[in-house]
Write a protein that binds this ligand. Structure first.
Ligand code: NAD
Length: 456
């Protein structure tokens, strides 16, 4: 099948490269000429494991990028919309979806044969039918359901493992309001092994939001419990969650005695909060949508509230050791919102660093792949270090925000320093006994009678 994809970001480019790998002819369309040029040179504009190899194999073979909408639409059978849908103030910003729909519609005016348009961007229920459809029909002069197919095919990939997630999905949600569109989508994904769910457009859109809202709820739940552990004293949220994970609802024992813990338990851990381009904005968009539908989402509002203040836990752990942060040298480790990506959107590291700077701390920052973003965001206000050891060398406190694999070596690295810094583990990544001055979110220490910290 010949496929065009509008929006060449994490989702659009991964979709394009993976469909090309599976044998489709793919044209990626973007308004950013630099992005188009990079893809045509076989370079990935985003950091994603496996993507450079896919581009090397497929660019100029089955995949090209262009800014020419007309040829992209004329030469393909189906167009995916994979542009960004940021949160703007109180609701979802559909500007890019709308302008992409207009451009696709105008290009379709010149096309005689049937063409399907599929919304892959995450959009609130009703957007495909009530926003994209009228724009497409107006701009093309054609009728959805007769001349044009219109579907919704939300994406569930996770940054960092996006290529693998796309090639080996847990599910494929095929949204469409007529059989022709749904059959086309089924055909496109015929070589993918995964349960395929045929639903209408609104249901497809809602599945995506419900899935992300569930994950965000798990995280805020674990963080709220973790914060209570901290306040209680003598309780470690890591032990508490280990006990919770052993529930038969969250783990199972196979007949040969092996225990399998459900992957969702990785969201049930205390930490400094969720970030990224999806969870905060999708839950925010759903809350705003609920309000507009006269169905306030009280649980999800709380999920967001807990998350918004969660980074402060990191600061209060520092406050236990420093009466003032003015002039204190603090190394922040990790700017990406999760490991294995360079995406820093809504990363909890950002409010932590802003607050440290506002309180006069001298901040060094390390991230294995997001150093360019670090410089862009903080300029000369923080010292961006390419090497981990340079970031921590003179630090009086080290704050871990992102679970990068290479941070496992921190206990050995910090032990070599003349004076071991206070270590604040925002992800409970390092075992607490491995560092002399360890503090972790959800680690409720009891004050010993002498006023010293009692170990758990
Ligand atoms: P992104 O910001 O990485 O990429 C968006 C791309 O669209 C950019 O290259 C931009 O130049 C381009 N663009 C913007 N307006 C355009 C227009 N009018 N015409 C053509 N191109 C245009 O975004 P992303 O992270 O890939 O997310 C895309 C959508 O997928 C969003 O709705 C997001 O919520 C959803 N999603 C993202 C992820 C994720 O992990 N990133 C996962 C699942 C779903």
């Amino acid at each position: 099948m010949r496929v065009s994809i509008v929006g060449t970001g994490y989702v659009g480019l991964v979709t394009g490269a993976c469909l090309a790998e599976k044998g489709c002819r793919v044209v990626c369309v973007d308004i950013d000429p630099e992005r188009v040029a990079r893809v045509n040179r076989g370079e990935s504009p985003v950091h994603e494991d496996g993507l450079p190899e896919l581009l090397r194999r497929n660019v100029d073979v089955r995949l090209t990028a262009t800014a020419d909408w007309q040829s992209a639409i004329m030469e393909t059978d189906v167009t995916f919309i994979a542009v960004g849908t940021p949160l703007c103030g109180d609701g979802i910003d559909l500007t890019a979806v709308e302008s992409a729909s207009t451009a696709i519609g105008e290009a379709l005016r010149e096309k005689d044969s049937y063409h399907a348009v599929i919304v892959k961007s995450t959009v609130v229920p009703g957007t495909t039918d009530s926003v994209v459809r009228p724009i497409l029909e107006r701009a093309s002069g054609k009728k959805v359901g007769r001349d044009i197919g219109l579907g919704a095919n939300p994406e569930f990939l996770t940054e960092g493992t996006a290529v693998d997630d796309f090639l080996h999905p847990d599910r494929i949600v095929l949204g469409g309001n007529d059989d022709r569109t749904l059959d086309l989508l089924e055909d496109l994904y015929q070589n993918f092994e995964a349960p395929k769910l045929r639903v209408n457009n609104r249901t497809a859109e809602m599945i995506k939001y419900a899935s992300n809202a569930l994950l965000a709820t798990m995280i805020s739940f674990a963080n709220e419990i973790g914060n209570l552990c901290s306040a209680t004293g003598g309780v470690d949220a890591v032990d508490v969650m280990r006990g919770v994970h052993l529930s038969r609802y969250l783990s199972a024992v196979s007949p040969n005695g092996n225990r399998f813990v459900a992957p969702i338990t990785s969201f049930l851990e205390a930490g400094c909060g969720f970030g990224g381009s999806c969870l905060p904005k999708d839950v925010g968009a759903l809350v705003a949508y609920g309000r507009s539908a006269n169905e306030p989402m009280r649980l999800l509002e709380s999920v967001l509230q807990v998350n918004k203040s969660q980074h402060r836990q990191v600061l209060s752990l520092l406050d236990r050791h420093f009466p003032s942060l003015t002039g204190v040298r603090i190394a922040v480790l990790g700017l990406a919102f999760k490991p294995d990506t360079d995406d820093v959107r809504e990363s909890p590291a950002i409010p932590v660093i802003r607050e440290l700077l506002a309180r006069g701390a001298r901040v060094s920052l390390h991230d294995p792949v997001a150093s360019g973003e670090s410089r862009r965001l903080f300029g000369g206000d923080v010292q961006v270090c390419d090497e981990l050891k340079d970031a921590v060398r003179h630090a009086e406190a080290v704050v871990l925000i992102t679970r990068w694999k290479e941070y496992e070596e921190l206990p050995a690295l910090l032990a070599e320093l003349k004076r071991e810094p206070v270590f604040v583990d925002g992800r409970r990544m390092i075992e607490k006994h491995k560092l002399a001055h360890y503090e972790g979110i959800g680690l409720g220490t009891l004050p010993a009678p002498s006023g010293q910290k009692a170990s758990l």
